[in-house]
Design a protein around this ligand. Structure first.
Ligand SMILES: [Ca+2]
Ligand SMILES: [Ca+2]
Length: 255
């Protein structure tokens, strides 16, 4: 609801309030803090004693994947899509996936089938042990669109985000982030973007988008997607010639 300008002004006011408090001008500080409290109610943490303990973010998931940008064996405009977003807010004591490590069964299911159920169970287990705060579930990018948005709450004790989506159709290829922090130096980050590398989950041995299922046994580690130039345009997870990324996450803090 608040314009960015007004939100910034309120933030400045709250810093001013703290400075004024230090100087002992309690009354004026009280008035300013009241103004801030009223303005910040949209953040969802209005009953929290510390308004900065919870933040609301929107992540915009966008793609430039097309027959023009990645033409080699392109699956076609009516087929190319990204599966429903799935992930978690969590702390540093849990890692749901990592390049160079074996994929969990949950990541395998997402990467091969766009099936989020096992990864959701893995996140639920982490929530039970106190290392994750919430499961994030969002839309994918259908063949008819180039972006989607997911809004979510995040708390100071669980400021990391892991979020993935299958690049589809594909044998076991996915995009996403693992443990990216929405805080820097104790403050919420206003806005940032991450260009997404395409990863091979190491769980299926297909080399083209429409490869038949071919379980990799023993499983390989997760790595940026590499392929022959005759199979796809990907090398080291990006376009082999121009370095283009197949998708982007843009995180933006909501006022
Ligand atoms: Ca593979
Ligand atoms: Ca497999």
């Amino acid at each position: 609801m608040l314009s960015a300008g007004l939100a910034n002004m309120l933030k400045e006011l709250s810093y001013s309030s703290l400075n004024i408090l230090k100087r002992g001008k309690i009354f004026l500080a009280f008035v300013l803090l009241s103004a801030c409290g009223g303005g910040g109610g949209g953040g969802g943490g209005s009953s929290d004693p510390d308004p900065a303990a919870i933040a609301t973010y929107t992540v915009t998931f966008s793609t430039e994947w097309s027959g023009v940008t990645f033409p080699t064996n392109y699956p076609g405009d009516r087929d190319r899509h990204f599966s429903s977003l799935v992930g978690a807010t969590h702390n540093e004591q849990v890692i749901f996936w990592e390049s160079g490590q074996l994929a969990s069964e949950g990541i395998e299911k997402v990467a091969e089938d766009g099936d989020n159920s096992v990864l959701e169970s893995e996140i639920d287990s982490a929530i039970d042990t106190g290392t994750a705060d919430a499961v994030l579930m969002g839309d994918g990018i259908p063949d008819t669109a180039t972006e989607t948005e997911l809004m979510f709450l995040v708390s100071k004790n669980y400021p990391l985000v892991s979020l993935v989506s299958m690049l589809a159709p594909s044998p076991d290829w996915f995009v996403g982030v693992s443990g990216v922090s929405l805080m820097q130096g104790g403050d919420w980050i206003d806005e940032f973007a991450i260009d997404l590398v395409a990863y091979d989950a190491g769980t299926d041995s297909g080399v083209v988008y429409y490869a038949a299922n071919n379980d990799t046994d023993p499983q390989n580690v997760i790595l940026p997607l590499d392929s022959l130039a005759t199979d796809t345009d990907f090398a080291d997870g990006v376009h082999r010639d121009d370095g283009r990324h197949v998708a982007t996450f843009r995180f933006k803090r909501e006022p």
